[in-house]
Design a protein around this ligand. Structure first.
Ligand SMILES: Nc1ncnc2c1ncn2[C@@H]1O[C@H](COP(=O)(O)OP(=O)(O)O)[C@@H](O)[C@H]1O
Ligand SMILES: [Mg+2]
Length: 239
């Protein structure tokens, strides 16, 4: 079968202008492929390049060398490293979701609306979208009195629940998610793990960054470990 994603010889460097353009080789010789419906756990020490790799796949960072061959529902096989701005935007709109580690707080928009927003943008009836958002927040254990409040004042764990809910509610075809369980208690962690497993059942392929052995063991099919910007592949021990 066609791989879902195939990353070939990806290299990414940064130049630090404040340090006389000192060069940082953030990612080198990155080669891996991913099957449809697979969940890959991206691990490695802080500074090893995990977030940079995710941003290279999403197109936030332009890569210096290599290809990111993606089996798109709209375009078929497409090299994201060479795709046009228009193609990237359409892929992000219809297929690919990136969920950063922290909620980008939107001022004066209530939690429930933030979570329902993508569904409404996708054309789902507003009442149905809000209903689904309520059921997500309920499952994630966000107290009901917070549903109409603004998340800027929420705790880290509460913000994380909004962040994860808004990223997965519209069941993206391809999900990139950075540390989805980092500030959650064990019960909520289990809920998030189950929600992402439900997505997988509906056909979503996932790359997740995690430092958490429990999340890795219970969620990932395979581990991809980065050491100093290079891949060192290892099997995940099943829980
Ligand atoms: N925008 C950037 N500009 C310059 N250096 C960066 C940038 N983003 C990341 N880096 C550097 O690239 C390396 C990898 O960082 P990062 O991908 O954030 O690692 P991780 O997510 O594994 O902690 C680090 O040395 C970091 O300082
Ligand atoms: Mg990171």
């Amino acid at each position: 079968m066609n791989p879902f994603l195939e990353v070939i010889n990806l290299r990414k460097e940064f130049f630090l202008h404040i340090l006389n353009d000192k060069k940082i080789d953030a990612l080198e010789d990155i080669n891996f492929s991913m099957n449809h419906g697979e969940i890959i756990g991206l691990t490695g020490k802080s500074g090893s390049g995990k977030s940079s790799l995710m941003k290279c796949l999403y197109g936030t960072y332009l890569i210096n060398e290599g290809s990111v061959m993606y089996d798109s529902s709209q375009y078929g096989k497409i090299d994201l490293a060479k795709a046009t701005e228009h193609e990237i935007l359409r892929i992000r709109k219809k297929e690919l979701t990136y969920c950063s580690q922290f909620l980008q707080v939107i001022p004066r928009v209530p939690a429930l609306e933030i979570v329902a927003e993508q569904l409404i943008a996708d054309g789902v009836d507003e009442g149905d979208a809000l209903e689904k958002a309520r059921s997500f927040l309920n499952r994630l254990g966000l107290p009901e009195e917070l549903w109409d409040a603004y998340p800027s004042t929420f705790s880290g764990g509460e913000q994380q629940r909004i962040n994860v809910a808004q990223a997965i509610i519209s069941e993206p075809r391809f999900l990139l998610i950075d540390e989805p369980t980092a500030s959650l208690d064990v019960r909520t962690k289990d809920v998030v793990i189950q929600m992402i497993l439900d997505l997988k059942k509906s056909g979503t392929s996932v790359i997740l960054i995690t430092h958490d052995a429990y999340t890795l063991a219970n969620l990932a099919d395979r581990e991809l470990k980065l050491t100093n910007g290079r891949i060192e592949e290892a099997e995940v021990a099943t829980a």
